[in-house]
Ligand binder design. Structure first.
Ligand code: NAD
Length: 353
């Protein structure tokens, strides 16, 4: 299979990431970049990357198979639709769009033109996520009733377009989109029934600089997704609790630790001493009734994303990040914004996909 040629639109932070990976890709090659900023174009030239003269020039290049859009969020929809109509396959950065209405227009353009359209949900290849996904599916923890997924940062929102609503700023659209996508990927067999979200506005009134989002799945599973940009001590990255066991991943680079209860009854419970007196109810279990194990971080290769896109263009595989999944996550984000506005949980009509 000959390599697919990719042009990157927007050579900023993430455009640079795509370029670096495309330069060593086994399925794609970098055709070039286009950025409206002179200094970003100059940097590309310095790095030996071909620079197009305009967006239209990229569209007019018949050797370009795929456009990767790494521009601020409000530009994903107009540029994607223009590129699809020009006969290009399109990868949009996340969040795919600013609303489900916008996303529907992008999906329609893809269906009308028969060109591939997908989004770079690259955190589907994160090792912490893959371990949680595998653990949930294995059934080892019994009936799972709680999952918590957090990113606690301490540097505020980057001081660029991410602070402004018109560009699709805020942490729900920036990081929430990844964590929601991961959460519905973990709890793959359940629908979300209700959504409750509270946004933080610690320094930003225009957009959220963090949020706490609870997803109430059918069958008694509550998932907490939390992003903060002002936490100087971070809570664990992932936590999962089931009727038979509990698992934790403390940090990005950690393995997953699991404690399972294999004997419910315990004979001699040593009480815990608290200021108010002794408690047996909250006393930790001893190792006679529990078993500890470790799930090692799996191998993961981010190049799988572009490999899948290339196979899907040639009709040899289904695209991993599907339109239905993108729409599902977008609708959950919209419900989160609505819940925050109303100050109460909102019901949603979710579909497993
Ligand atoms: P950035 O500000 O660093 O870069 C954006 C670039 O787009 C800038 O160089 C800007 O000049 C250029 N640009 C703006 N309008 C343009 C236009 N009309 N045509 C061509 N270029 C234009 O932002 P970033 O951090 O690279 O984010 C870009 C996109 O990537 C966003 O959608 C963001 O959410 C996404 N992103 C994804 C991940 C991920 O892990 N998947 C990580 C970071 C950012």
């Amino acid at each position: 299979m000959s390599k697919k040629r990719v042009a990157i639109i927007g050579y900023g932070g993430m455009g640079g990431w795509h370029a670096k990976h495309l330069l060593v890709s086994d399925v794609c090659e970098l055709a070039g970049i286009w950025d409206i900023k002179e200094e970003r174009r100059a940097l590309a030239v310095e790095r030996g990357i071909h620079v197009y003269g305009s967006f239209d020039e990229v569209l007019a290049d018949p050797t370009v198979d795929i456009l990767t859009l790494a521009v601020p969020n409000e530009l994903h929809m107009p540029l994607a639709i223009e590129a699809l109509r020009a006969g290009k396959n399109v990868i949009s950065e996340k969040p795919v769009a600013m609303s489900s209405e916008e996303l529907q227009k992008m999906i329609d353009a893809s269906n009308e033109t028969g060109k591939l359209f997908t989004t770079h949900q690259n955190r589907r290849w994160d090792c912490d996520y893959l371990m949680m996904k595998e653990l949930y599916a294995s059934g080892k923890l019994g009936k799972v009733f709680c999952i918590e997924s957090r990113y606690h940062g301490s540097r505020g929102i980057p001081g660029d377009w991410r602070t402004e609503k018109e560009h699709g700023g805020g942490m729900i659209l920036d990081w929430g989109v990844h964590l929601i996508d991961q959460m519905v990927g973990i709890a793959y067999d359940r629908k979300v029934e209700k959504v409750y979200c509270r946004c933080d506005h610690l320094l930003n009134t225009e957009v959220d600089d963090g949020f706490k989002l609870d997803l109430y799945f059918e069958g008694g599973l509550t998932a907490r997704i939390e992003v903060s940009t002002y936490n100087f001590i971070a809570l664990p990255r992932f936590y999962m609790a089931g009727r038979l066991g509990t698992a934790i991943i403390k940090d990005w680079k950690d393995d997953c630790h699991v404690v399972c209860c294999d004997k419910w009854d315990e004979e001699n419970v040593t009480p815990v001493v608290t200021a108010a007196g002794l408690t047996r109810t909250m006393a930790p279990r001893d190792d006679k009734t529990t078993t500890e194990s470790v799930i090692k971080r799996p191998e993961s290769d981010v190049h799988e994303f572009y490999r899948n896109v290339c196979l899907a263009i040639d009709g040899k595989a289904k695209q991993i990040v599907t339109h239905a999944q993108l729409m599902r996550v977008m609708k959950i984000m919209e419900a989160a914004f609505r819940s925050d506005e109303l100050g109460r949980p909102v019901e949603i009509d979710d579909v497993i996909c």
